[in-house]
Write a protein that binds this ligand. Structure first.
Ligand code: FES
Length: 118
């Protein structure tokens, strides 16, 4: 069991299991968190990791820019340590950006998008 401490909520901590997705565990314990697809594809459940380690190999929604900014996809991410997260839509400040004003650099795209296999 690991402990999740929300950085942007007061008086809340959660106990979570390493084998279960964080979204599932947090919602079961009363965490009122946004979600959509629940398979790692839509980004609605994103949270920002402030401390700790998660395994989110199954996510397909985040680009490298978002991952480098600390975002994790709670519906597929599993904790690998005690973690601190900014949760909910108020953590999404750096998640989206206008692609016309600030286009992604080629190295920020996923390899399969920047250089598709032929
Ligand atoms: S709910 Fe869609 S990515 Fe998590």
């Amino acid at each position: 069991m690991y402990r999740v401490t929300p950085a942007n909520r007061v008086d809340a901590t959660f106990e979570v299991e390493s084998r279960r997705p964080l979204l599932e565990s947090l919602r079961e314990q009363g965490g009122d968190l946004p979600y959509g697809c629940r398979y790692g594809g839509c980004i609605t459940c994103a949270a920002k990791l402030a401390a700790g380690i998660v395994n989110q190999r199954q996510q397909v929604a985040l680009n490298k820019h978002q991952i480098n900014a600390g975002y994790v996809i709670l519906c597929v991410a599993r904790p690998m340590s005690d973690i601190t997260l900014e949760i909910g839509v108020d953590s999404h400040g750096e998640l989206y950006r206008n692609p016309f004003l600030e286009p992604l650099e080629p190295d920020e795209l996923k390899a399969c998008i920047a250089a598709p296999k032929e």
